[in-house]
Design a protein around this ligand. Sequence first.
Ligand SMILES: [Zn+2]
Length: 331
Amino acid sequence: MRLNKTVLLFVAGLMTFFTVATASAAIRTVTSRGKSYVTLPNLAAYYAMTISQPARNRVCMQNRFNRIEFETESRSVWINGTLIALSEPVQKLGWQWAIDATDFNKTIEPVARPAEFLKGVGTRTVVLDPGHGGDDKGTSSPRNVHEKLVVLDVAKRVKAKLEARGINVELTRENDRTVDLDARDRKAAALRADLFVSIHANSAANRSVRGAETFVLALPGRYSSNSYGGGRLPTDTNAGNRYDTANMALGYRLQQNILRATGQEDRGVKRARFEVLRDAPCPAALVEMAFMSNLKDEAIAIDPAGRDRIALGIANGIAAYVADVSRARVK
Ligand SMILES: [Zn+2]
């Protein structure tokens, strides 16, 4: 959004300011045309970060703990090097770059300060959901390896790694059988899941597309990452939206640790309205571990050592989230 001087004066007239809880400086939410924003200089002051513009389309802020890099007029933000999709683009508000206030509250904050947002969240039972199964093969690779088998094997490896660390893990399916989508969330609820991770492998018509991505539930009143700007703005609020901040904290830890363990291309933490995320009875994320349609990614997904690296990344991500929750409890 580019504003000329006349529009700017008009916008300034509509702006109202109010203060929310502070970390370092106060956040002053700026309201323009009925929407709330946080400016990037204000965000940097709030986190006690230094701010710079290292390239024409980049705004960077950092302190001893975190580095946040925004791409201007884009929904891409990298927090400590991991890509996360904002719900709305970074845009010019008057003379300053700004982000949607909901992106500040529900995307940036739970990643930058997880201990503040994970109080009262449980960690006793992890439910892993290997996608597809039985009649539903999921996607298939060029060498005809089925997603349903790859994700089940990876889920079992994650379970073994987490159990070795004393974390209780259940699966929505233990073998190659059909499980309906709604039955997966019902099973998680029956098992009293404290967190839910659905495990999938991806596919694209363009075979050069590869990498790992992690999805969390789209925010109420905001587009999903892959349907941005298309059709009417969604207005539905889903059961899983009760856990918006924990969802993002979990999704970030998963994506960060999968990349560390596998060295895969980073396709980011994105938002979607997948059924298993909409109705999740607890904080939830869905991992797309690799593209079965890409030869390099397929090699990782077929190779037992490759699957083990992916499983290690998912297990480390869950363990990092559990550690974040523990820190929130003692805070
Ligand atoms: Zn799938």
